[in-house]
Design a protein around this ligand. Structure first.
Ligand SMILES: NC(=O)c1ccc[n+]([C@@H]2O[C@H](COP(=O)([O-])OP(=O)(O)OC[C@H]3O[C@@H](n4cnc5c(N)ncnc54)[C@H](O)[C@@H]3O)[C@@H](O)[C@H]2O)c1
Length: 323
């Protein structure tokens, strides 16, 4: 019997998101090896020691501090490295800074002749996914962003509470930008195969489902702002969403997940990364599930694409101006 290939995940950025993801991933039993890389070497060392001391309680896994040479044989390289927004700094300045960080990491991945799938988490994640894909010059499957998987989880959480149904039986997707222009694809939302609008009529738990729907969608959009106000950063749910995507890749699961991928004509859109339902497996985004969206949702997806294209245009303009 040929031995099973070692499963190795490299996490770049050992801050709140990177370390929480590492912690959840170590408990999942999925990888044989987790390496943490951060430009702040002391932080990476501290996180690795803290995690490694949990090994008696994790399924078997090696956890260590890594360096760019580790990209070579990692199946998944998860990029959470980023600069935090400073007081007075605009989102555009942050965009510029994080784009430079992502480009420098992708260059190292390419230098190491890596075949690994790159999973981008750094915000604004859709623009960073585009930047990474362009820099890597690879097929689009191999570079994906965590996109709206987290937002879809938030939507499912709220619907589950509202309808009084186990969250695992609530199927719901947020599409578009991971950000202000995202929207709930109500046409794809169902419980027990019953479209959500019909389900709510049967269930009779609220007076005005349309108003409730709008309120739930707004809550999803505002979630990150609220959490950041309360505790400074989001890390737990995103860490678990990253485990879910990593699992689909390492185990070749062909899972339907809303991840950020570059559209090449699907849904009538081109040359922009945003989230739509995708089949995620060993190669990354194996396939995009294209369907005919109702008019309102198609318009919302186009509007989200326009917002992202404008951010990318500004990024290019700024790059040209800064020489
Ligand atoms: N996509 C999502 O759903 C989602 C959710 C939450 C956070 N985020 C984003 O994830 C990123 C990380 O968030 P965080 O809270 O962990 O931030 P953090 O500041 O706690 O950690 C970021 C880490 O990146 C490191 N870093 C910076 N430049 C680097 C480089 N060139 N090479 C290696 N490491 C480098 C920093 O030293 C720091 O430790 C942010 O951009 C945040 O907005 C995305």
């Amino acid at each position: 019997m040929t031995p099973r290939r070692q499963r190795k995940v490299a996490i770049v950025g050992a801050g709140a998101v990177g370390a929480t993801f590492a912690y959840a991933l170590a408990q999942s039993g999925l990888p044989d090896e987790i390496v943490l890389i951060d430009q702040n070497k002391a932080l990476a060392r501290g996180q690795v020691l803290d995690l490694a001391h949990g090994r008696p309680f994790f399924p078997a896994v090696a956890i260590r501090q890594g360096d760019p040479a580790d990209y070579h044989d990692a199946q998944v390289i998860v990029i959470t490295a980023g600069a935090a927004q400073r007081p007075g700094e605009t989102r555009l300045q942050l965009l510029q800074k994080n784009a430079a960080i992502v480009r420098s990491i992708v260059d190292q991945v390419v230098q190491q002749d890596s075949r690994g799938v790159m999973l981008i988490v750094t915000n604004p994640v859709d623009v960073m996914t585009y930047v990474a894909l362009q820099r890597a010059g690879s097929e689009r499957a191999r570079v994906l962003g965590s996109g709206t998987l987290l937002d879809s989880a938030r939507l499912r959480h709220l619907l589950s509470a509202h309808c009084g149904v186990d969250i695992h039986n609530v199927h719901a997707y947020v599409l578009g930008e991971h950000g202000d222009s995202e929207f709930a694809a109500w046409s794809m939302t169902h419980i027990a195969g019953i479209p959500i609008d019909q389900f709510c009529a049967i269930c009779g738990r609220c007076q005005d489902w349309q108003a409730e729907r709008n309120h739930i969608e707004q809550q999803v959009r505002d979630s990150a702002y609220h959490i950041i106000d309360y505790k400074g950063a989001t890390c737990f749910a995103v860490g678990l969403a990253l485990v879910r995507i990593t699992r689909a890749i390492l185990r070749g699961e062909n899972s339907v997940l809303t991840v950020s991928t570059r559209l090449e004509g699907e849904f009538g859109l081109e040359d922009v990364c945003l989230s739509v339902p995708c089949i995620v497996s060993t190669r990354g985004v194996e396939r995009i599930i294209v369907s005919k969206l109702p008019e309102g949702e198609a318009a919302a997806l186009s509007a989200s694409a326009a917002v992202l294209k404008e951010a990318m245009r500004q990024l290019v303009v700024r790059r040209q101006h800064s020489g």
